[in-house]
Each structure stands twice: as structure tokens, then as C-alpha cells.
Design a protein around this ligand. Structure first.
Ligand SMILES: *Cc1c(COP(=O)(O)O)cnc(C)c1O
Length: 960
């Protein structure tokens, strides 16, 4: 790396001190409370000596925040921002500045957690309900989910949904030859391990003969052609097969919806609704289905319910479909999705409204129609007369020349197998169109061609139905209204910018502002994922260093940056294991051992690659039962594919026998998948690649500072030992020489480097921490957890500790005995914490009825104390119930959370004073967080499922 300007008064260690919460003095006090002499001594009591990393983590000299930004500016200059007319599911778009600043760049939105605690998540839940409403309206279907990872994954998920529901016996699926190539590639990856056949063809010609369970049709096609798909859909229906339509949301403002055409499922990307391309992501994909399929819908769904006063309140619906509960029988392994991006897309629709969106669509279409007229004049008639925004042209022998001339104009065209593709978007101007004509060899004037051009949407497919009729899409047209709407919603929520979010397994640490800044720079945001590699030199330099750092940190030999979440990393890692066994003639190895304490995504991912899950028991002390593991590995010795193990365990402990577990599995020919969600307890102290693991995912949105965004985005790169490196996911658009050859494993994401733009966050974090800083962060994360364990143990017993009485970076506390003595539930404690101004810890995972607390290194001693004080005060309230002051039903615990309605009620008849309910011990009256709704009734919501904005009967005409 080049030398950097040294800024005055800022030393490299500055950022480490900012990232880590406790001061040196706090650390001394905490060590004393924990009962240990030094941080080193605590580490020695916490981690088994046999796995300790001996060499220091050397990642180069850390940079200060100022230096890091200067360095990022240098990298940014290595990326070239061309006008990309490549299409293929990614479009230029204009993110309204008011949304960029107040959502994408606002910690109130991006630091929020997944809305599992609905009372403190009403703002983002409303935004997601708007998203679902928008998707239902535009697709003409009944129920939409709150986002999926990308369009290609959504297509694969839809295929799996169709397989579960189709009445057709055949395990064959039809794919339109006009789908985006990366979508087809991701579907192939998904279909192959399950033994499903893909038939690629023309749906209007080849579908009749095909014996298929369903089909994916693209609308408009990847080539740009707008075809009437009704005959194809009718043919599918006649067979009892399901029709899935991948549709462009902007086109749907002008075209008949998939629902009207008869489709059962619609999927696609919401990227062009204001979300920068970001060299691949993150963006929200969507899926919508007919009512009959809603219980099979993958991903999270926001629904409406009522709170304790019977007032409407949002919450996540139908959670029993998800992997947390259904495990290997879940509808999919999706956990982290794309909430922040779905919120942005929904706000784009709120901002523009239906008429604004349709106007954008008409403008884009107009440009495309004029472009087509000009091209015809120049002798390059587009292949289809019906199109929305994309043209495909057979350029014959002049192809290379045209692409070269376009490049000279700083324009990227889409280079298909035979045709050139020109995809226009919201940012396209007449100047762009004229430049494209020049690339095709002619000098034409836009205004002249415009005058003689007619539109090219087929009459029979024009949209006649209304969409976005709900008032929310009409009331926020001025920037003032828009600003206040977003502010109103974020004020309803509790995110990291207000309080600690002590979520076990989720590592809600600091998302530093400096880490967040470059990602909205155009040099990172505006790159199409399939631009020629030389335009993305800055990105590739960043990838190479990040991969090297992650290898150094984990002890692995190679990294794939492709998976878009931890669960997708699991899927990719298991595909690598499967590919490795197959290459050695061991395809029969299909047994996957998974401890009972595993995260639900583990078994769900194993099922996706066709493995059979065998559950391994845990011992009383929480450790994996090694005898049971040995017995099961032996029993399945011939067929053993892998073990999936989380380390330190989901019970928050570094188990002593991790090496032995790895050895046993290897001894029976299996591979070790180590779930890296808990890497925050290991960085700088131990490396999975050193003590026997073969592959891990790293949740960059946990250990490496990508914010949770209210439930996404995330990134789940995988690290592998050298023998698995040939089986990392490949990608049809990745021109890297090393992966040119026919790869044994296909892609798992639509883009070759997943959600590339947010890799900048993890990169800057490592850049500013350095090896020593990262190690220090891990040590303090462990100290913070042990401090909480020490302070709370006497009040709520800590369930699992190692033989030295230590926990790792998180601890599980056990209020279950109190249920017998007082009737208090884990829910009561979680909701009462809201009254104290906190987000609850992780509830009932991995042990039902318990709470798992992970403070991270970023929380100061003051905040840890505030949290512990609140927990201890809650314990006293439980003691009040035990002591007979009131019954649990009458206690502030059961009435929690308290809202403004409680404080404003004219007649207060509760068994405790109003002040005790609303301002419990130690809380501030001036800085009180009020959640907008009382306790939400989950059962009611699932019985009366409403998943789009409720109709408003007195809806007045549009607000302008
Ligand atoms: C978070 C988590 C996962 C899933 O990761 P996502 O990024 O949400 O897909 C898997 N395993 C464990 C132990 C986790 O904590």
C-alpha cells in the first residue's frame, strides 16, 4: 500500500479506542469483578490451550479514520464509472437524496436488528408492510414476503416452492431461455443436488411437450422482448404445474401484472427502485404468491395483529414456517435477508407514488423506443418489436467494433452470446441515446427521431388495473412530508443508536460512521456487477486484500466472497463438501451430523444440498456429547459427509474437545463445517483452520461490522482449506482467469462477489483495527460477557460455563425456575426490558425459555451496568410476585411494555403505581423511549392473516 498522509493529532490506535467500549480503567474494574488478574489470565481460563493461536495476527499497520478515508478515495479512483446499459437485472437508478441521507445513511435505520421484538420495531415493520403492499399491487398477487437475497436466489426458492406444491410427478422444471443467465446458473446449482432436471426452452413453443412441475418465465425477457405469456401459463395450468414469472417492477407499472396473466408466483429484484447497483448488491429481491401458497412462502413476512389494547400492531407472521422451528423441514434456509434495501425500495414508491413511478417508466420506455427507431435507421433493427426498456440487436461482424466505440463513449453495452443488448433506465438521457447511435456508426439527433417514434408496448398487455392505491403512497410527495414520514417511523424503533442490543449469536457491535461512508460514493455504488473487470480495479484490489486478511484471521487457504448471508455461506460450504466427495467417487456420502443446539439454518442448509440430517445429542453441561457423536459417526462411517458445528458453541462456551470432534469426523471420511457466526470470540485468539475445520462461513454483519439493517443486508463469505478450494462457487460472469475452466460448483448468488459494495465496511474495519486491535476487540468481547455473567449469575443463573467457570463472548441466563415460583415467562422479562429502554437479548435460542446475552466489545462498562441494573431490578419485580405483592397477571411484568396510553389513561386501576410501571427503577424521565404499541398478540395475527396495508375505506383521491 502507498504511504498515507498523516493527520495531526490522530494516531493509528485512535480508532481501536473508539471501537472498543470499556476504557483501561473500566477493564481493571471489570477484571476485578470477574475475579481474574489480567485479560491474558481470563483468556487462558476461557479458551482451551490446545487451540490457542501462537503467532500474532499481522495484518499490517492500522490506519486512522482520516487515513482510511484517504485510502478508500485512492481505491475509488481505481474504479471507473461508465454508463452501464448492460441490463440483465441491474439498472441505473436515482436514489432520492432525502432517502439516501435519512435511511441508507441513518443509523436509526441501518443499526436496527431483525424485528423479532415487534413492539420496538413498528417503524421498520410499517416500511416493510409498505414494501409487501407495493409488491402485491404491482405483481397482482395476494401475499408477498419482506424480501429475499437477490433475483436468482428468489428464482431458485420459487422453484423449490413449486416442487413442494405441484401435482406433477416429474422432477423436471422448465426455464425460459430468455431468463437472465445468472438466474439460470443459480437455479442449476440448486436443482442438481436434489436431482431435479432443468429444461431450457421457448415457453411459447416448447412447453406443451415438456413434462414439468413448473416453469420460470421472464417478463420482459432478458433480451428485452415483451411476450404475451398467457398461452404458456395456460399450458402449465393444464398440466397441474406452477407458473412463476420473474418480472421487472418498473415495467409492471405499464404492463399487465403476472397475477392477471395467471401466474402463481412472481419473483424479481427491487434494485431499480432507488438502490445503487453496488457492483452486485446489496438489493432486495421479492416474491409474491397466490393465497393458496402463502404458508409455503420462504423468508420473513410482516403481518398485522393487535396489541394488548386491541389496537393494530405489526409483527412477523407465520414464523412457524421458518428454519428456527422447522429446521430441515423449513421452507428455506433464509435468515438474514435484505430489509434495509426493501425499506429503501418501499420509500422510493412512497416518494414517487403510482403516477410518479408510471411516469418514470414511460420516460424510460420513450427513450428506448426512440433508440430503437434510430437503430433501425442505422440498419440495426431490434430483434423484438415489443419491448419496455431493453433492446437486443444482432450486430453481426461489427459487434466488437460497436462495443469498442461504446466503451470510448464510456458506455457499457450488454454482450450476449449472439446479440448486443442495450438496457436503458431512469438515468438515461437523450445524450446517452445519441452516444449509443454513434457507437452503432451514425450521427442522429434525438429530438428529430423522437418526433416520428411510436411506443412499443403491445396493446394487449397494457396495464389497466390500479396499483399503490393506499394513502401512504399518496401522502408524502413534498420533501418535507417525506422527511417527516421517515423520521416518524424511525422514532418508533429502538436501534443501536439508542441502546445496547445484547443479542446472543448476533454480535450487534459498533458500525462505525467512517466504515459506512465510502459505500455511497458513486465509484463503489454505481458499478454494474458485470462491467469489464478493468473498470473495477479498486474493487478487486479490495477483494484481494480482504480475502488475504480473512485467510490470516481464520487459518483457511481460500475465500469466496459470493454468499449473501451466513445461511447462504452454509449452503455454499456444504456444496463444496459435496463436490469434494463427488470428485473422489464418494457421492454416496450424504449424512450430515448436527448437534441439537445448532442454529436452524444448519439443518435447513443441509436439506438444500440433499444431505440427511442426523442429530447429535448435547450433554447436560451444554457440550456436544462426544460419545454420541462417535457412535453416530461410526454407524454412518461409509456415508458420512460432514459435521456442522458452531464454535464457540451456541451455548456460549469454548468446548474442550473441539479437536477431538474434528478428528473423529475426519477419521470416518467426513468434513468439518464450522459455523463461524461466533467468530467474534476467536479473531486473534484461535483459528478454525488450525484446529481441524475444513470450511466456515463468516457473518460479516456480525463479526466484521456490516450493520444489521433491521434484518439485512449481510454477507456470509466462506473460507476453506486448500482441498476444498476447487469447489468454491463459480460464476458465469466472473472473468477471473483462475475460474475460467468448467467449475464443479455453480454460483449461489446472482452476482460473482455477492453484495460487493458493503464489503467496504468490513475492509475498513480491519484496516483501522489491525491485528492487535482485532485481538483486543475479541478479548474485550469475552471480558464483557464474563462481566455480565458475573454480575447476573446470583440473580439469574448462568446456564453454561466451562470447567473454569468462564463463558465465551456470550452467556445464557436461565429464568425457567422462576416460572414455577412466580409464573413469569421469558416474554415478560423481554418486554419489561423495553420499559427500561433496552432491546431484549436473544429469546429461547438455543435453549427454550432462556435468554442469551452478547454484549460485544463495543459496549462500555457504563452501558453494561445499566443493562445489568435493569435485569437485577426486574429480578426484584419477580420477587415481588413470589412474595405475593400481586399476581403475575397483575404485575408490571405482564403489562409490559408500558406505553403512552398507560401514562395517559384517566383511570388507572392497576395493582402497582403508574410511575412504577412507566418509569421503573433507575430509568430517566427525560430520555425515555416509548414504544408505540403494547404487547403484540402473535396468535391473533396468525389466525387473521393480513400481510399488506389494510384497506382504508374512506380513501380520498391522490393527494396532489
Ligand atoms: C446468524 C447465524 C446464522 C445465520 O446467518 P445469517 O447471516 O442470518 O443467514 C447461522 N448460525 C448461527 C449460529 C448464527 O448465529
Amino acid at each position: 500500500m502507498t504511504a498515507h498522509r498523516k493527520s495531526s493529532g490522530e494516531t493509528a490506535a485512535t480508532f481501536v479506542r473508539r471501537h472498543i467500549g470499556p476504557s483501561a480503567r473500566d477493564v481493571t474494574a471489570m477484571l476485578e469483578a470477574v475475579g481474574v488478574k489480567s485479560v491474558d489470565a481470563l483468556m487462558a481460563e476461557t479458551l482451551p490451550a490446545s487451540i490457542r493461536q501462537t503467532a500474532p495476527l499481522d495484518l499490517g499497520k492500522p490506519l486512522s479514520e482520516t487515513e482510511a478515508i484517504a485510502h478508500m478515495a485512492e481505491l475509488a479512483r481505481e474504479n471507473q464509472v461508465f454508463t452501464s446499459l448492460i441490463g440483465q437485472g441491474y439498472s441505473g437508478t436515482i436514489l432520492p437524496a432525502v432517502i439516501q441521507r435519512n435511511i441508507l445513511e441513518s443509523p436509526a435505520w441501518y443499526t436496527a436488528y431483525t424485528p423479532y421484538q415487534p413492539e420496538i420495531s413498528q417503524g421498520r415493520l410499517e416500511a416493510l408492510l409498505n414494501f409487501q403492499t407495493m409488491i402485491c399491487d404491482l405483481t397482482g398477487l395476494d401475499v408477498a414476503n419482506a424480501s429475499l437475497l437477490d433475483e436468482a436466489t428468489a428464482a431458485a426458492e420459487a422453484m423449490a416452492l413449486a416442487e413442494r406444491h405441484s401435482r406433477v410427478e416429474a422432477k423436471a422444471f422448465f426455464v425460459d431461455k430468455d431468463v437472465h443467465p445468472q438466474t439460470l446458473a443459480v437455479m442449476r446449482t440448486r436443482a442438481e443436488p436434489l436431482g431435479w432436471t432443468l429444461i431450457v426452452g421457448d415457453p411459447l413453443a416448447d412447453l406443451d411437450k415438456a413434462d414439468v412441475l413448473g416453469a420460470l418465465l421472464q417478463y420482459p425477457g432478458s433480451s428485452g422482448a415483451v411476450r404475451d405469456l398467457r398461452p404458456a401459463i395456460a399450458a402449465l395450468k393444464a398440466k397441474g404445474a406452477l407458473a412463476i414469472v420473474a418480472a421487472d417492477l418498473l415495467a409492471l407499472t405499464l404492463l399487465a401484472s403476472p397475477g392477471e396473466l395467471g401466474a402463481d408466483i412472481a419473483i424479481g429484484s427491487a434494485q431499480r427502485f432507488g438502490v445503487p447497483m453496488g457492483y452486485g448488491g446489496p438489493h432486495a429481491a421479492y416474491m409474491a404468491v397466490r393465497d393458496a401458497l402463502k404458508r409455503s412462502l420462504p423468508g420473513r413476512i410482516v403481518g398485522l395483529s393487535v396489541d394488548s389494547r386491541g389496537m393494530p400492531a405489526y409483527r412477523l407472521a407465520l414464523q412457524t414456517r421458518e428454519q428456527h422451528i422447522r429446521r430441515e423441514k423449513a421452507t428455506s434456509n433464509i435468515c438474514t435477508a435484505q430489509v434495509l434495501l426493501a425499506v429503501i425500495a418501499s420509500m422510493y414508491a412512497v416518494y414517487h407514488g403510482p403516477e410518479g413511478l408510471a411516469q418514470i417508466a414511460r420516460n424510460v420506455h420513450r427513450r428506448a423506443a426512440v433508440l430503437a427507431s434510430g437503430l433501425r435507421k442505422l440498419g440495426f433493427a431490434p430483434q423484438s418489436d415489443n419491448f419496455f426498456d431493453t433492446l437486443s440487436v444482432d450486430a453481426g461482424a461489427q459487434r466488437a467494433e460497436i462495443v469498442g466505440r461504446a466503451a470510448a463513449e464510456k458506455i457499457n453495452l450488454g454482450v450476449g452470446e449472439t446479440a448486443l443488448r442495450i438496457a436503458l433506465d431512469e438515468t438515461t438521457t437523450p445524450t446517452t441515446v445519441e452516444a449509443v447511435w454513434r457507437a452503432f456508426g451514425g450521427t442522429l439527433v434525438y429530438a428529430e427521431i423522437d418526433a416520428s417514434t411510436r411506443e412499443a408496448l403491445p396493446e394487449a398487455l397494457k396495464r389497466t388495473t390500479a396499483f399503490l392505491t393506499h394513502p401512504v403512497f399518496h401522502a408524502h410527495r413534498s420533501e418535507t412530508e417525506m422527511l417527516r414520514y421517515m423520521r416518524k417511523l424511525s422514532d418508533r424503533d429502538l436501534a443501536l443508536d439508542r441502546a445496547m442490543i445484547p443479542l446472543g449469536s448476533c454480535t450487534m457491535k459498533l458500525n462505525a460512521t467512517t466504515e459506512m461512508m465510502p459505500l455511497t460514493w458513486p465509484e463503489f455504488g454505481s458499478l454494474h456487477p458485470f462491467v469489464p473487470r478493468e473498470q473495477a480495479r479498486g474493487y478487486h484490489a479490495l477483494f484481494a486484500r480482504l480475502e488475504k486478511w480473512l485467510c490470516d484471521i481464520t487459518g483457511y487457504d481460500a475465500i469466496s466472497l459470493q454468499p449473501n448471508s451466513g445461511a447462504q455461506g452454509e449452503y455454499a460450504g456444504l456444496l463444496a463438501i459435496r463436490g469434494y466427495h463427488a470428485a473422489r467417487g464418494q457421492s454416496h456420502r450424504k449424512i450430515c451430523l448436527i448437534p441439537s443446539s445448532a442454529h436452524g439454518t444448519n439443518p435447513a442448509s443441509a436439506a438444500m444440498v440433499g444431505m440427511d440430517v442426523v442429530v447429535v445429542a448435547c450433554e447436560k453441561n451444554g457440550d456436544v456429547d462426544v460419545n454420541d457423536l462417535r457412535a453416530k459417526a461410526e454407524k454412518h462411517s461409509n456415508d458420512l459427509a460432514a459435521v456442522m458445528i458452531t464454535y464457540p458453541s451456541t451455548h456460549g462456551v469454548f468446548e474442550e474437545h473441539i479437536r477431538e470432534i474434528c478428528d473423529i469426523v475426519h477419521g470416518h471420511g467426513g468434513q468439518v463445517y464450522l459455523d463461524g457466526a461466533n467468530l467474534n470470540a476467536q479473531v486473534g485468539l484461535s483459528r478454525p483452520g488450525d484446529y481441524g475445520a475444513d470450511v466456515s462461513h463468516l457473518n460479516l454483519h456480525k463479526t466484521f461490522c456490516i450493520p444489521h439493517g433491521g434484518g439485512g443486508p449481510g454477507m456470509g463469505p466462506i473460507g476453506v482449506k486448500a482441498h476444498l478450494a476447487p469447489f468454491l462457487p463459480s460464476h458465469p460472469e466472473n472473468r477471473h482467469p483462475a475460474t475460467q475452466a468448467e467449475a464443479p460448483v455453480g454460483p449461489v448468488s446472482a452476482a460473482p462477489f455477492g453484495s460487493a459494495s458493503i464489503l467496504t465496511i468490513s475492509y475498513i474495519y480491519i484496516l483501522m483495527m489491525g491485528g492487535e486491535g482485532l485481538k483486543r476487540a475479541t478479548e474485550i468481547a469475552i471480558l464483557n460477557a464474563n462481566y455480565i455473567a458475573a454480575r447476573l449469575d446470583a440473580h439469574f443463573p448462568v446456564l453454561y460455563k466451562n470447567h473454569n467457570g468462564r463463558v465465551a463472548h456470550e452467556c445464557i441466563i436461565d429464568p425457567r425456575p422462576l416460572k414455577t415460583t412466580s409464573g413469569v415467562t421469558v416474554d415478560d422479562i423481554a418486554k419489561r426490558l423495553i420499559d427500561y429502554g433496552f432491546h431484549a437479548p436473544t429469546m429461547s435460542f438455543p435453549v427454550p425459555g432462556t435468554l442469551m446475552i452478547e454484549p460485544t466489545e463495543s459496549e462500555s462498562k457504563a452501558e453494561l451496568d445499566r443493562f445489568c441494573d435493569a435485569m437485577i431490578a426486574i429480578r426484584k419485580e419477580i420477587a415481588d410476585v413470589e412474595g405475593g405483592r400481586f399476581k403475575i397477571e397483575a404485575s408490571p411484568l405482564r403489562h409490559a411494555p408500558h406505553t403512552v396510553h398507560d401514562i395517559a389513561d384517566d383511570d388507572w386501576k392497576r395493582a402497582y403505581p403508574r410511575s412504577e410501571g412507566c418509569f421503573p427503577a433507575g430509568t430517566s424521565r427525560t430520555d425515555k423511549y416509548w414504544c408505540p404499541v403494547g404487547r403484540v398478540d402473535n396468535v391473533y395475527g396468525d389466525r387473521n392473516l393480513v400481510c399488506s396495508c389494510p384497506p382504508v375505506s374512506d380513501y380520498a383521491e391522490a393527494a396532489e
